[in-house]
Ligand binder design. Sequence first.
Ligand SMILES: [Mn+2]
Length: 326
Amino acid sequence: MPTASITHGDDLDGLTCGALLIHLFDAVVTPANYDDLGEALAGIGKDVDKLYITDLNLREALIPYIEVITTHASVTIIDHHPMDANLAKRLRDLGVEIVHDTRDCAAALVYDHFKDKLEIDAARLAAYAAVSDMFEDGPVASRLMDGMDRKFVHHEALMLSAALGSNQSTSFKARLFRELSNYAYPHRIRGVVKASVDQLEKIVRIKETIKGRARVLGRLAVMECGDDSSTGEVANIIMDTMLVPVGMCWKDQGEMVNISLRGERRLPEHLGDIVSRLSAKYGGFGGGHARASGAKIPKEKLDAFIGDIVKALNGPLASASTSLSS
Ligand SMILES: [Mn+2]
């Protein structure tokens, strides 16, 4: 009775979900992102009778894949991205089980859902994911972390998360799945310490180029991603370097552009809501969290999209911002 998992493969939260599912069910894990989620769903074999989809936001266009899978497998979604109520209803009507809470990271939700079957070490893994995803204040994560040695957990988590930032190779991810599913300590995993320092250096190099390249448009600073870095990490560095409330980074993908936005800690706006609305308006898709969101839209709509983001961020709510730059 094979169990499969499709999990967000670009960050530590998604990877930790996969590692926990390997530990629990010997799951065969496919790491995916929003570019290849359809492909990952289409690749679920007929022999699979249980599928977990974690740390990934489904969208309308992917429902037909789910429909096919439910003919031979039970499907459970464990996620923390804001979910459209109509979409959730359609999924539930197909028999999909949905474990959903936007207050915790996905790995904390996986941990909480299966805690009766997991050892104490699994809590440590969930804590790494919470630190990396910036969901330490979630009801599950905060309860778990209250009793932990915080500095130790932070150090391990941030090393792991930085390492993944500089090494996104399939082989490194496979190693992390394997090691984390055996509850390894991150600093003991081969390659983690060096990759984490490489990431710090990469960030500094990006910071050094940003001042000449980023455009500041009120509370937003925007820049094209010039290398193989992820748009999310560069958006964060733009925000940090330019001291603006929101950093945005985009990357050319041919017909389409991939976009990430990152917001400061006390940002009053919800970037996921803004991006979800605007990407639909321009024939793309997107969404996400309050301070971290992403979209994919046609390239020729990019300027108009940026214009609308600037409007959304510089409207009436803008005066509520306490940013250093304003
Ligand atoms: Mn996540």
